[in-house]
Design a protein around this ligand. Structure first.
Ligand SMILES: Cc1cc2nc3c(=O)[nH]c(=O)nc-3n(C[C@H](O)[C@H](O)[C@H](O)COP(=O)(O)OP(=O)(O)OC[C@H]3O[C@@H](n4cnc5c(N)ncnc54)[C@H](O)[C@@H]3O)c2cc1C
Length: 448
């Protein structure tokens, strides 16, 4: 029988507690072992070992899955996080599957280029890309998956294959929005890169009492602005006291001020606008300073438990929808709550809803419901707040949900994540993993 190779940690061994930790510490799993692969050969050996032994697998890279579907009790966790090399070429970059976002941006930025990604420093590039990938360049250059040009993957049969616009095109379609852990183990990803130098970032705030008119204005404005501009409306509980709009513009302050002019007419109480090198904007949105220790921002010590979820809005919220938002924020169970509206449109909307597996193209914005707590006794009230809020919003939203902001409570998750793309995803699954070797709570199967 083939042996597990790489850095293997079995249950009970030194390092096991750290190796099984999720970013969302609400969930704790006790895997059989975690294999930290150092090479593609280690990945192949892990797949073949699991196929022979019959032990189920989970695939993991950055550990940021909201519902911790990248780990499971008694499973072999095939972890790619220590395969993190980044090669920068002419107009493209090839990144090993374990790389985290800020090292990617730092390496690319040193060459004057970037890819559109997410804002959290330690999110894994692979999970982000396979589910879509939204960030502060999204309206300029689209989702992360829209810049993907080729991908290398180990199949359930232990074979290395490539998917791109000429090889395994159905798989290439599925891996752009179809989600992680479904079709195989991605070992590297090649993206188109874009030149970038300075960007202009901003934060505007109003008193919480202004919330209704800020929502009303932002929701019809943000998705229609200059494509170089990506805007986020951050709503917090009434007890926190302010309403924020933050964003990034690939251009000068003078140009951005023209874009923001109608918003500035709403008389923010505080205005911060700054032009800075792109990598400093990355640090600003990630809440980091240069030279930070790996994972300082969100890892050991933070011990945060959370319940997040998402919805999409295609037509602006009516008065009842806005009233629902305001009422739930007034009744928030704690201050550790953010309701975030992420603007869509721009480059995201220029790709059709069936051109890749990512279907939510023609929407105004995504709603992120985020709640955080530390003490176990605070869990129920926070989880219920998200569930009840989301339920109350259903008359006002599309019924879709962003896979990267997934939710284990969804009963209709196939439609919510994938819409009309679900049937094709099942066909791709049948072709590349007919035995359902890659399986988890909300995985694509050829049968369902
Ligand atoms: C604090 C925080 C901030 C975030 N910010 C953003 C953001 O700005 N924009 C955004 O779009 N999303 C964001 N996300 C969501 C994030 O994109 C998803 O949680 C994503 O799935 C995380 O990928 P990961 O590799 O870090 O996680 P993991 O838990 O390692 O994996 C996530 C999923 O991908 C699968 N997977 C992992 N590696 C591989 C592989 N090598 N091959 C095949 N499948 C694999 C796993 O099985 C799992 O299903 C954020 C999440 C958190 C917790």
């Amino acid at each position: 029988m083939v042996e597990l190779t790489g850095r293997v940690i079995y249950a009970g061994e030194s390092g096991y507690e750290d190796a099984r930790l999720n970013f969302n510490t609400r969930y704790t799993a006790s895997p059989f072992a975690i294999v930290f692969c150092q090479s593609v050969k280690d990945v192949i050996n892990a797949v073949n070992w699991a196929q022979t032994s019959g032990i189920p697998v989970r695939v993991r890279s950055g550990r940021h899955h909201y519902e911790a579907f990248s780990v499971a009790n008694d499973a072999l966790i095939i972890d790619l996080n220590e395969m993190e090399q980044i090669q920068v070429g002419q107009g493209q970059t090839t990144i090993q599957a374990g790389a985290e976002l800020v090292p990617v941006y730092e390496t690319l930025s040193a060459q004057g280029v970037t890819i559109p990604g997410g804002s959290c420093a330690t999110v894994g590039i692979t999970g982000l890309t396979l589910g879509g990938g939204y960030g502060l360049l999204a309206r300029w250059k689209g989702l992360t998956c829209d810049s993907l040009r080729s991908i290398e993957m180990v199949t359930a049969a232990g074979k290395v294959i490539v998917a791109n616009s000429t090889q395994n095109t159905d798989l290439f379609w599925a891996l752009r929005g179809g989600g992680g852990g479904n079709f195989g183990i991605v070992t590297s990803l090649t993206y188109q890169t874009y030149s970038i130098d300075k960007v202009t970032v901003y934060q505007l705030s109003w008193n919480w009492t202004e919330i209704e008119r800020i929502i009303q204005f932002w929701q019809t404005w943000a998705a229609e602005t200059d494509d170089r501009h990506t805007s986020i409306l951050k709503l917090v509980p009434e007890s926190v006291g302010s309403v924020f709009v933050v964003g990034q513009f690939v251009g000068t302050e003078a140009e951005l001020r023209q874009v923001l002019a109608p918003l500035l007419e709403l008389a923010p109480k505080a205005i911060s606008i700054e032009t800075l090198p792109y990598i400093e904007a990355v640090y600003a949105f990630a809440g980091l300073k240069p030279g930070y220790p790996k994972r300082l921002a969100h890892w050991h010590g933070s011990q945060t438990k959370f319940k997040n979820a998402s919805d999409y809005v295609a037509t602006p919220l009516n008065a009842a929808g806005i009233a629902t938002v305001i009422n739930f924020l007034k009744q928030a169970p704690s201050k550790n709550i953010v309701l975030q509206f992420d603007s869509y449109g721009g480059a995201i909307a220029k790709i059709s809803s069936d051109a890749t597996a990512f279907t939510h193209r023609q929407v105004k914005f995504n709603i992120q419901y985020q709640t955080y707590w530390i003490k176990p006794q605070d869990q129920t009230v926070h989880v219920n707040w998200v569930r009840n809020f989301r339920a109350a919003m259903q008359p006002h939203v599309t019924g879709g949900c962003y896979l990267n902001y997934c939710d284990r409570d969804l009963t209709n998750w196939q439609t919510a994540y994938y819409g009309n793309n679900w049937q094709k995803l099942k066909q791709v699954k049948q072709r590349f993993d007919p035995g359902n070797f890659f399986s988890f709570e909300q995985s694509v199967t050829s049968q369902t």
